[in-house]
Design a protein around this ligand. Structure first.
Ligand SMILES: Cc1cc2nc3c(=O)[nH]c(=O)nc-3n(C[C@H](O)[C@H](O)[C@H](O)COP(=O)(O)OP(=O)(O)OC[C@H]3O[C@@H](n4cnc5c(N)ncnc54)[C@H](O)[C@@H]3O)c2cc1C
Length: 289
């Protein structure tokens, strides 16, 4: 319950924040909504000597359209994503997923940036961002670089974020007409991390799948982009046999932990069930789009 002592910093610009982070090195951690970091500090599983609070940085706020992308500031909270008119119109699956994360109080504080930068395989936004083919905009003292969400996750709490880098925003391609998306999450109760969850983004041409991207949450030490499963759906109609084959290919790349959510075999099976449900829901949405 009691964290270790730390020095608190509140920079008012992104430049000041990255300069501070680079200077303080491994002893410092960015603080966003604090709803993953502070629980870890209270258990003394994290004991940073410096917290760099990002809440005073205006550049990290806001949801906007920029060319062919929707850009969401890393500091945008889950509650703000639920309320965003722009997201409701262009990317409603973000609202759907946000509402499956945690509970109202956590969503008032927890940010998109914290959720995707955290590196906990239980977080829901990373798989969705992989399915949507989002890019993460990282800011460091040397400037800005972009990396695909699909290339960002190396393992549990191990990401491509370099020393001194802060995630500034997430860029999501504006969905083409006729795209459908769904996020299906199995959990034991409100506020629980997924036993298994799947994000599916697809487009249809007639009854056949023209494009498909599938990603999985909490069934390995990192979020997974299911490349073979996604490819297997393309060109097919989503009949029972195809859905089963795609789900099997997705299950094949999982390596779930056995924990209070059940044994590994059960969680692998549930990953397949979530993929099948998300595929059918995304397809029916693509038809209605
Ligand atoms: C009861 C409870 C239930 C929850 N249930 C779920 C759930 O079902 N699904 C889910 O996805 N999440 C869940 N969460 C986690 C919640 O969504 C967190 O808020 C989120 O994972 C982290 O976001 P944050 O803004 O709070 O980040 P913080 O806790 O402030 O930071 C998390 C980590 O990311 C780093 N970080 C934060 N922002 C940046 C940035 N811009 N650049 C670089 N590094 C950064 C921090 O240094 C830290 O290491 C739950 C949390 C609680 C307390």
């Amino acid at each position: 319950m009691i964290p270790g002592p730390f020095t608190f910093h509140r920079p008012s610009s992104l430049t000041d924040a990255v300069t501070l982070l680079a200077a303080l090195g491994d002893d410092a951690r960015p603080l966003a909504g604090g709803h993953s970091l502070i629980p870890m500090m209270k258990l003394r599983m994290a004991a940073p000597e410096h917290l760099i609070d990002l809440a005073g940085i205006a550049e990290l706020k806001g949801v906007r359209e920029d060319g062919d992308a929707i850009v969401i500031g890393a500091g945008v909270t889950q509650a703000e994503m639920v309320r965003s008119e722009l997201l409701a119109t262009k990317l409603p699956v973000i609202r759907e997923t946000s509402l499956l994360i945690a509970d109202p109080q956590v969503r008032y504080m927890g940010t998109l940036g914290g959720n995707v930068a955290n590196g906990d395989p239980g977080n829901d936004m990373p798989a969705l961002m992989m399915a949507l083919d989002a890019a993460y905009v990282l800011e460091g003292v040397a400037g800005e670089r972009r990396i695909a969400a699909r290339d960002f996750y190396n393992g549990a709490y191990d990401t491509a974020l370099g020393p001194g880098e802060i995630l500034a925003s997430v860029r999501i391609p504006i969905p083409p007409a006729g795209q459908g998306a769904a996020y299906e999450k199995l959990k034991r109760k409100i506020g629980d991390y997924a036993t298994a969850a799947a994000a599916v983004v697809l487009t249809l041409k007639g009854d056949a799948v023209a494009g498909c991207a599938i990603a999985l949450t909490n069934v390995a030490d990192r979020p997974l982009f299911a490349e073979d499963a996604s490819a297997a759906a393309i060109g097919a109609t989503l009949d029972t046999a195809t859905v089963k084959r795609v789900a099997e290919l997705a299950k094949a790349i999982t390596d779930p932990a056995a924990d209070g959510r059940g044994p590994a075999d059960y969680r692998r099976e549930m990953a397949g069930v979530m993929v099948a449900r998300a595929l059918l829901k995304a397809a029916s949405r693509a038809k209605g789009a």
